[in-house]
Design a protein around this ligand. Sequence first.
Ligand code: 5AD
Ligand code: SF4
Length: 454
Amino acid sequence: MSYEYLDKLKRRLAAEDRQLNLYIRTYGCQQNVSDSERIAGMLKEAGYNYITEPEDADLIIFNTCAVREHAENKVYGHIGNLKHVKEKKPGAIIAIGGCMVHQKQVAEEIKARFPYVDILFSTNAIKELPDLIAERLEKKGIYDTTQTERAEIEEDFPVVREKAYRAFIPIMYGCDNFCTYCIVPYVRGRERSRDPEMIEKEFREAVVAGHREIMLLGQNVNSYGKHLDGDMNFSKLLARLAATEGDYMIRFMTSHPKDASDELFRTIAENPRISRHIHLPVQSGSTKILKAMNRSYTAEQYIELIERARKIIPEVTFSSDIIVGFPGETEEDFEQTIELVKKVRYQSLFTFIYSKRSGTIAAKMDDPTPHKVKTERFARLLRVQDEIASEFDTVYVGNTYRCLVTGVNDNGITEARMDNNAVVELDRAVPENTFANIHITRSEHHRLFGEVRD
Ligand code: 5AD
Ligand code: SF4
């Protein structure tokens, strides 16, 4: 591959007297991790040496998240810390991309508070980044490409995969749903689907490269194909990909319940290479709150959907996202969320306290509930889920599952993941990125332990 768009930076880096180091820090969701893998791929190909600590870096990139205020504050803190790095190494270049900088007021704030930031780059046009870096190496100044909307899909990237066992493959970008609490449609732009031929090409390459887990990504994978010509949808894409020969497992994230169809469940049931675990965010168990969130389904419809999926794929497990303390959520609404969680019995849950995002519709809603009440509700929800998760753990003990070995944890213990994403600590070392039959021997405080069986 030639990657002509890298030529300018390649020439510029070749003229340096030494190889320059690149450091990337990624915040937020898997879509961001996937973008960073492409940014790393491009810049490595152009000549940068990819390192894992910022101190020795000549180019520092932050790929940011805007979903909650907490994530943003973390980024501001970390950009603040870069002042010392820049003082020690004035020639270092700092580039900030990701969802945060697509908000105009944030881009302005970064420029005002941190004048040592060199580049703000568009997440929807990362191919422009190499030229921006080359220009900045030539000439000091602030380079900003974040405030232009772009709808074109970029292809043809070298990719550095973060993990050996997993390949992220984006299938669609953006979101048209405008859930009232969510900033994503404003920062990621309108929904657009990648060409199925390009997805299939990258998919086959990932299988040949030996990645055992292939994760298809999109803010709303179930609406894949909506704007493409021809007869294409997510179920058809999945079936087409799962026909590829090889020993691997397909996962996908994230599904919106309003677009999850029986056709999708049947496709999963018919293809053993597709994971039997679905992340299906419900957000709330109160129909009133779901309406205020603009989620387009009622609590009853969501439960019916889960029941239909279980009928079609009996072994399926679910995980979910839930927001606690959305504006106007009463005690009764919250109790309905608890009821729903108990009814559905999620294998795992990602819970968030509502965070006001300026520019969204919910930001203008009355929000009289004190923060303390919200944190209490949050803790109650966690306790309920903890109990459910422990019951799941007890069921696993004594059974054997085919798991994917994901590497060694900080304590030097090899870990593997079950199909439902539960992590198991193994009794002996097994190479990363292999499937192994693991007999679950015990569970303790949400940790599972297992023996490798041949
Ligand atoms: N406040 C809290 N949580 C949010 N999420 C998205 N926007 C917000 C917000 N403003 C959560 C949703 C979504 C997940 C990725 O983040 O649950 O599914
Ligand atoms: Fe945000 Fe809703 Fe789109 Fe998910 S579906 S990215 S929560 S607007």
